[in-house]
Design a binder for this molecule. Structure first.
Ligand code: ADP
Length: 293
C-alpha cells in the first residue's frame, strides 16, 4: 500500500505545534520514522491511524482519503500504540478472540484458525492461556503485534515498540516484525537508531514536528561519508576544547575514556582518525543542527 502524507500540521490546544507541514511518501515494506522524544512521531502515527484529526493537510492511502474515510482505513489497519493500556486478567487467546470479533471476523472457524496462527507466529502459543497481566514486557509487545495483525491488515503502525525491552526480547520482536509480508506497509516509529538500521529499507528523520531527512539508510550515510572523525580524549579539559572548536556529533565512554566523534570535511588534527559513518552520526547531526537553527 502506498501512503502519501502531504503538508500535515497539528497544533494542540495548549499551543504545542506537534506537526509542521509534514510530507512523506511511504511505499510497501518497512518504513522507519526516527526521531527523539517529543518529535511528533506519535502525533503523526495517531493521525494516520484515524485516532486524531489534523488542522491542515491530507493523507492518502491508495485510493482512501484517510482523514475523511476513517472506517475504510480501519478495515485495513493494524495498530500497536505506544501505550497499549491495561493488560487484563484475560488470557491471550480469549483476548485475541474477542478483538477478532470486534474487527469483524465473524466466522467462528476462520476466527479460531486466525487466532491460533497468530499465537504461533508471535511465539505465544505455550502461554496462550496465561493472563495478559502476568506477561513480561517482551511478551506484551508480541501480543500487541498479534492483535495488530488480526484480519490481515495492509497497513501496520507500530509506535516505539522496542522501548523498555531487554536485548533478547528486542531481538525476538524485531525478527517478528521482519517476518511480516513484504507487500504490507509497516511504519515503525522509534528513537532507537538500530531498530531502523536493522529493519528498514526506507526511513525519515523527524524532530520538532518537521521531517528533516528522508531516504534509504544508505542514502543518509553517503551524505556524511569521509567526514566523521574519532578521537579518544585525555580528559575533561581536552573534551571541552574539542566541543568549543569542532562540531561534535557524539561522545561515548569506552572503557572509562571519552571517545568523541566529530564532523569535519577535512582532518581536524593530530589524534583524529577517519571512521566509517554510522546512521547514528547522521541522526545526531541532523537533529542537533536543526535544534540550533
Ligand atoms: P513523540 O511521539 O515523537 O515523542 P509526540 O507526538 O508524542 O512525540 O509529541 C509531540 C509534542 O506534542 C510534544 O511536545 C508533546 O508534549 C506534545 N503533545 C503530544 N500529545 C499532546 C496532547 N494530547 N496535548 C498537548 N500536547 C501534546
Amino acid at each position: 500500500m502506498a501512503l502519501t502524507i502531504t503538508d500535515l500540521s497539528k497544533t494542540y490546544p495548549n499551543g504545542v505545534r506537534a506537526l509542521k507541514n509534514v510530507s512523506l511518501n511511504v511505499g510497501s515494506g518497512m518504513f522507519g520514522l526516527l526521531g527523539p522524544n517529543g518529535a511528533g512521531k506519535s502525533s503523526l502515527m495517531r493521525t494516520v491511524a484515524t485516532l486524531q484529526d489534523a488542522d491542515a493537510g491530507t493523507i492518502q492511502l491508495d485510493g482512501i482519503d484517510v482523514l475523511k474515510d476513517k472506517d475504510e482505513v480501519r478495515k485495513v489497519l493494524g495498530y500497536l500504540p505506544q501505550e497499549f493500556g491495561v493488560y487484563p486478567k484475560m488470557s491471550a487467546i480469549d483476548m485475541l478472540t474477542h478483538l477478532a470479533v470486534l474487527k469483524g471476523v465473524t466466522g467462528a472457524g476462520e476466527r479460531k484458525a486466525m487466532v491460533e496462527a497468530l499465537l504461533q507466529q508471535t511465539n505465544l502459543w505455550d502461554v496462550r492461556k496465561k493472563a495478559l497481566s502476568t506477561y513480561s514486557g517482551g511478551m506484551k509487545q508480541r501480543f500487541g503485534i498479534a492483535q495488530a495483525l488480526l484480519a490481515n491488515p495492509r497497513l501496520i503502525i507500530v509506535d516505539e515498540p522496542t522501548a523498555g525491552l531487554d536485548p533478547a526480547e528486542r531481538n525476538r520482536f524485531l525478527n517478528l516484525l521482519s517476518s511480516i509480508g513484504r507487500d504490507v506497509t509497516v511504519i515503525l516509529s522509534t528513537h532507537i537508531v538500530d531498530d531502523v538500521l536493522e529493519l528498514c529499507p526506507r526511513m525519515a528523520i523527524i524532530a520538532q514536528g518537521e521531517v528533516l531527512l528522508e531516504g534509504s539508510p544508505n542514502d543518509c550515510l553517503t551524505t556524511l561519508q569521509g567526514q566523521i572523525w574519532s578521537h579518544v580524549v585525555s580528559g575533561e579539559e581536552e573534551l571541552r576544547t574539542i566541543e568549543a572548536e569542532l562540531e561534535v556529533v557524539s561522545s561515548h565512554l569506552v572503557a572509562g575514556q571519552h571517545e568523541v566523534r566529530v564532523f569535519s570535511p577535512t582532518n581536524p588534527g593530530a589524534g583524529f582518525n577517519s571512521v566509517p559513518t554510522e546512521l547514528e552520526d547522521v541522526y545526531f547531526l541532523t537533529v542537533a543542527r536543526h535544534a540550533v537553527n
